[in-house]
Design a protein around this ligand. Structure first.
Ligand code: APR
Length: 240
């Protein structure tokens, strides 16, 4: 089968994981150089760790914010921005918390795992964008609870409203493009099935096969930027 072309579809969903940001320099979670190889998530990325030692968990998240701050959106993020501007309906469903799709200029983004730049009070639940980074400011001014990063840790539930919006977009799309996810983290890894069930053409962009590869009828084995360019081949306004 020759490569599909983004221009031929009316409702496109890009489903992105850490591999989308890899070419920006943001480390992935698994595989060579993966975050969870170096840092034990049980110490830094679950509610029980936060309950034990919030300062240590914050230190880890501030370190990750620093990593991401030094990175810029890559040409793949930018191609998706142009697709949103120039094609009828483009939605991003991302597992990434790095905010790079928004920084690139995309608007219709469902962040399944939250956002590294937003905080939520652990006690009263109030949220704040661009939350504090200084350790001495880490308590909520309203109720004195701890601010925690508003991201989905290992023991957390996903936000229902975000999952519903993402599921609706995926169930209604005619082209579903998964980019750079290992497809091992649930419930996010269930979502692509909705696209397949609805008859969407499902494309997997990943240098390596994943446990979900069978769901996809097109496999583009390579890095996100180059493989996205293949999906936009012959459409100069998307290639930029
Ligand atoms: N282009 C495309 N894919 C790439 C690239 C690249 N340049 N580099 C690596 N990949 C692929 C890897 O082959 C791998 O399959 O990206 C995937 C990254 O997998 P993970 O690190 O597991 O990232 P992700 O699937 O997003 O993780 C899901 O796990 O810990 C949680 O909450 C965290 O959202 C995260 C979730």
């Amino acid at each position: 089968m020759s490569d599909p072309c983004l221009r031929d579809y009316q409702r496109i969903v890009f489903f992105t994981g850490a591999g989308m940001s890899a070419e920006s320099g943001v480390p992935t979670y698994r595989g060579a150089g993966g975050i969870w190889k170096e840092y034990d998530y049980r110490r830094y990325a679950c509610q029980s760790a936060f309950d034990r030692d919030p300062a240590a968990v914050w230190e880890f998240h501030n370190f990750r914010r620093g990593l991401v701050m030094r990175c810029d959106p890559n040409p793949g993020h930018q191609l998706i921005v142009r697709a949103e501007q120039q094609l009828p309906q483009v939605t991003i469903v991302t597992q990434n918390i790095d905010g790079l799709h928004a920084r690139a200029g995309s608007h219709k983004i469902h962040e399944l795992h939250g956002n590294l730049w937003r905080v939520r009070c652990d006690h009263c639940g109030v949220k704040q964008q661009d939350g504090p980074v200084q350790r001495e400011q880490l308590r909520c001014p309203t109720c004195d609870g701890w601010w925690r990063p508003d991201i989905v840790w290992f023991e957390d539930y996903l936000d229902d409203a975000v999952v519903q919006a993402a599921t609706a977009a995926i169930a209604g799309c005619d082209l579903f493009v998964s980019i750079g996810t290992s497809a091992v983290v649930y419930p996010a890894a269930y979502l692509p099935q909705h696209a397949a069930d609805n008859g969407a053409l499902c494309v997997e962009i990943n240098p390596d096969p994943t446990p979900a590869s069978e769901l996809y009828s097109v496999h583009l084995r390579g890095p996100a930027t180059a493989m996205l360019a293949r999906l936009a081949a012959g459409v100069p306004e998307l290639l930029g």
